[in-house]
Design a binder for this molecule. Structure first.
Ligand code: HEC
Ligand code: HEC
Length: 281
């Protein structure tokens, strides 16, 4: 059954598409206050991709799903973000400290998420890495699992402090080799279906695959609340799901491969507003 559906996907992608939708022309304003840049000129490094405008995944969702992201009282992510405020203040580990022991408020992290992942001490570092290294080194606490509720809630809370700011990850200097690695992955065909990220998110965005309206696969709204899973989803979890859908072997969340892919995918969104925490189907 599942195999049949996936064969159909391959057929759908190989054949001219039956129906094309395309992004809508709505405007994303959150809380009637923060207007988001959801369609902007593609960054220079994408000049050979055929994409001249990069677009938030929000434009590809139904009106009902879109509206949930327009009001924080409706946005189901906010329950988890509220919990993260508690985690921030909870003492854990051998040092008897909480995040709040050293950081007065999460607001001091405004702007940080727009630049992540980035090189820190010669290592490509994601927000999850930063939080776990602080837990280990500053608190003497056990690391959180990548996609644990605590981890993704705190990644979302810190991301929220950058909401509305333009994504701006660095791809030059010592980040360049990781960016190249991520780019190569983006164009690698995975799985029995032999589909790359680009086959779906570069060549077919705006088209439907099964009942799903394909976006450009941007990560400017992550962690994202997925209605289908009823929880916050990490970037790496999304990558895993997409590779699994090609019937491919996938990489682990928190693997170096996914760090590099995250940098590359983030860079394809440079200029879009951070929308964290977004809401998706
Ligand atoms: C013992 C004190 C201490 C504790 C506890 C601590 N931090 Fe930090 N944190 C620091 C210091 C000092 C820095 C700045 C230097 C650095 O980056 O290491 C920092 C930097 C950071 C940064 C990077 C800021 C930037 O702009 O680069 C983040 C994010 C962060 N901390 C989050 C947390 C979170 C979340 C927790 C709880 C899980 C936590 N920290 C616990 C001391 C602490
Ligand atoms: C078989 C087609 C297909 C392939 C191949 C594929 N994806 Fe996806 N992806 C989807 C579909 C369908 C969705 C859900 C609708 C949407 O947002 O595009 C999705 C969603 C996403 C999203 C969430 C976007 C948002 O706004 O919430 C990201 C990020 C993403 N994909 C990244 C990737 C990456 C990176 C790769 C390569 C490793 C990849 N995808 C490969 C089909 C695919």
């Amino acid at each position: 059954m599942k195999f049949k559906a996936l064969t159909a996907v391959a057929a759908l992608l190989a054949a001219p598409l039956a129906y094309a939708g395309g992004p809508d022309d709505d405007t994303l304003v959150v809380n009637e206050e923060v207007e988001m840049a959801t369609k902007v000129a593609a960054p220079a490094h994408m000049s050979d991709t055929g994409i001249d405008t990069i677009m938030s995944g929000w434009h590809f969702r139904t009106d009902e799903t879109q509206s949930l992201q327009m009001d924080d009282f409706e946005n189901p992510s906010m329950i988890f973000v509220d919990q993260a405020v508690d985690y921030f203040e909870t003492v854990d580990g051998t040092e008897g400290k909480s995040c709040a022991s050293c950081h007065e408020s999460v607001e001091e992290f405004a702007g940080l998420s727009a630049t992540m992942p980035k090189m820190i001490d010669g290592k490509l570092t994601t927000m999850e890495d930063l939080l776990n290294s602080h837990r280990a080194e500053a608190m003497g606490a056990e690391p959180w699992k990548w996609s644990s509720a605590e981890m993704q809630a705190l990644v979302a809370l810190i991301g929220l402090q950058s909401r509305g700011m333009p994504m701006n990850v660095a791809i030059d200097g010592d980040a360049a080799p990781y960016w190249e690695q991520g780019k190569e992955m983006y164009y690698t065909r995975y799985g029995q279906l032999e589909l790359s990220c680009a086959n779906c998110h570069e060549e077919n965005y705006g088209n439907f695959i099964r009942a799903d309206h394909l976006s450009q696969g941007q990560i400017n709204g992550f962690p994202t609340y997925r209605l289908k899973q009823a929880k916050l989803i990490s970037r790496h979890n999304r990558f895993r799901g997409c590779i699994r859908d090609t019937r491919g072997e996938t990489f682990a969340e928190g693997s170096d491969e996914f760090r590099a892919l995250e940098l590359y995918v983030a860079s394809r969104g440079n200029g879009l507003s951070v929308e964290t925490p977004a809401v998706r189907q």
